[in-house]
Design a protein around this ligand. Structure first.
Ligand code: HSE
Length: 401
């Protein structure tokens, strides 16, 4: 019997207990040993809950119990999750987490401590919720040089953009509706400003490079400036607008960013709608592969945490290899990346734009007061200089090649 403790009895933590209970026959068989939740750590009490007798408020009870071999950290945030995780790993207790903030901020250090103490720090649920993506990168694609990852990594923003696309609605209205339905947080900043996707692409970029890509170095732009007019133009171009998180390992440097992009119907990520997530990975031998599913939610995320618990149970006393060194990756300046842009300017700037940008493709959706066009391929630096000479713009959206 392997005893488990769950830290945080919120949405994901209660999901972990539910997954272990619901699928216990399958899970125990796959873990080759019976798993049992011995403690649930939370500040609150849960009177009437079937697991109320397992709730403890003092973490030292869990740390000091030698029977507890695996800890599921589903608290979120870095405090006190960082200290709790470190203390557990130093005692040789494996930790499985859904906490992307903590993994993005301290991943390599915690992985190293786990290795030194012959246990594991696993984080499948931290990116893409229930979608297997960490394990494929760590185990399945080990024969590859992964040179590009492009993901839709945030369910809330994908839901909002899908609604805006389908219904021609404005951002604020869709956000309000998403909040009412529970698809968006009351404070939606981390999602709509792209910070959540930034943490997730920092984790994937680090695994892709084997070194540390700091989330603080990743250029991040959210979806708050996207309007219904932008979607009118997107439709005219046979495209949609998606919040993409991407990393590219190129001869010109390592690029990583989060921003809204126009993507064409032919792109595999075009059809990833609503709260779904997907990660599109390019390896130099395999070519393209894509991983799709529910990127958030209680049971999908909990399922990924429990898959890590099973892995820990199968590898007791051994550390599963994970290449994520503390050495820092220099992330290239986003303004040196080359791409095409879609631009909206005031109608009276048209002549100036033609003189500055040269060849362009007009996009007309019948909005008389403005002029929309696609540029040629250029660096962001060149684009920024040209748009300044033109006198600024209403909006500009990068175009995915
Ligand atoms: N807020 C996140 C999302 C939850 O919308 O994808 C999963 O990390």
């Amino acid at each position: 019997m392997i005893q488990i403790a769950v830290l945080g009895y919120g949405t994901v933590g209660s999901g972990v207990v539910e997954v272990i209970e619901t699928n216990k026959t399958d899970i125990n068989k796959k873990a080759a040993e019976d798993l049992s939740v011995k403690y649930i750590l939370d500040l609150r009490d849960f009177p009437g809950d079937p697991y109320e007798s397992k709730v403890v408020h003092d973490y030292s009870v869990i740390l000091n119990d030698p029977e507890v071999k695996i800890i599921c950290e589903t608290m979120g945030g870095t405090k006190p999750a960082y200290d709790f995780t470190k203390q557990a790993l130093l005692l040789g207790k494996s930790v499985c987490t859904s906490n992307k903030e903590l993994v993005a901020a301290h991943g390599p250090e915690l992985i190293k401590i786990a290795k030194e103490n012959h246990c594991n720090y696993l984080f499948e649920a931290s990116v893409g919720g229930g979608i297997p993506i960490i394990r494929p990168i760590n185990y399945s694609l080990t024969a590859e040089h992964i040179d590009s990852i492009t993901g839709i990594l945030n369910g809330t923003t994908n839901y909002i953009l899908t609604k805006m696309d389908r219904e021609g609605a404005d951002f604020e209205d869709v956000l309000k509706e998403a909040q009412e339905k529970g698809y968006a947080e009351r404070n939606p900043e981390a999602d709509v400003e792209g910070y959540d996707a930034c943490r997730k692409i920092a984790i994937l970029s680090s695994l892709m490079s084997g070194r540390n890509v700091s989330y603080e170095d990743i250029y991040t732009e959210g979806i708050t400036k996207i309007t219904s007019a932008d979607f009118k133009y997107a439709k005219q171009m046979n495209k949609s607008i998606k919040l993409l998180a991407l990393s590219r390992d190129t001869q010109d440097g390592f690029f990583a960013m989060v921003a809204p992009f126009l993507i064409s119907r032919e792109h595999p990520l075009y059809s990833v709608n609503d709260v779904f997530n997907a990660v599109y990975v390019h390896g130099n031998m395999l070519g393209d592969s894509m991983y799709y599913g529910r990127g958030a939610g209680k049971l999908p995320t909990a399922s990924a945490v429990v898959s890590d618990v099973v892995d820990c149970a199968r590898h007791q006393g051994k550390t599963i290899m994970c290449f994520w060194d503390e050495e820092k990756v220099e992330v290239a300046d986003v303004t040196s990346a080359r791409r095409k842009f879609f631009v909206r300017i005031a109608a009276d700037q048209r002549e100036a734009a033609m003189a500055v940008f040269g060849a362009m493709a007009e996009v007309n959706v019948g909005l008389m007061k403005e002029f929309g066009f696609m540029t040629q391929e250029m660096t962001e630096k060149e684009f920024n200089e040209k748009i300044e000479k033109t006198g600024g713009c209403i909006n500009r959206i990068r175009i995915m090649a």
